[in-house]
Design a protein around this ligand. Structure first.
Ligand SMILES: [Fe+2]
Length: 142
């Protein structure tokens, strides 16, 4: 099942590029974030085109989900924003290596939910915070 089917986001195939650029969240893996030795996920809205940021029209929240190899969906966190606050969030991820995909939702108070997903390469998962043995012990599989 596709992530968009789970959250019921809009089909973005028929949306113009400007709207996509203003709403679709950008997801980035931050390796060894600030020297912690751990991976974090940064999600930003409006990197390609700036989204309005007024009381009438702004991004209300960003949610991040992880999807395991078995395609279980795990809620990682939610960051909320008010008007005037840039929608930019960094999420800590426990056992980064158990996830094969991360998906984010950005919710615009006018245009609804927008989603994006990134796949995590096998070699990154195996060299990240969750080593193979530990992941297997916890039943996640790698
Ligand atoms: Fe919007």
């Amino acid at each position: 099942m596709e992530f968009s089917e789970i959250i019921g986001s809009e089909d973005t195939n028929n949306v113009d590029d400007r709207s996509k650029g203003r709403h679709i969240p950008t997801i980035e893996v931050l390796r060894n974030y600030e020297g912690t030795g751990k991976e974090y996920i940064r999600v930003v809205v409006g990197e390609k085109a700036i989204h309005p940021n007024t009381p009438e029209h702004h991004i209300e929240y960003i949610e991040l989900y992880g999807r395991t190899k078995m395609m279980d969906t795990v809620t990682i966190g939610r960051a909320t924003f008010g008007p005037g606050v840039k929608p930019d969030a960094v999420f800590g991820v426990v056992y980064f290596g158990k996830y094969r995909e991360f998906c984010a939702i950005a919710y615009c108070n006018v245009h609804g939910p927008w989603e994006n997903c990134i796949e995590i390469r096998e070699e990154l998962r195996l060299t990240a915070g969750c080593r193979r043995e530990k992941c297997l012990q916890e039943g996640f599989g790698v």
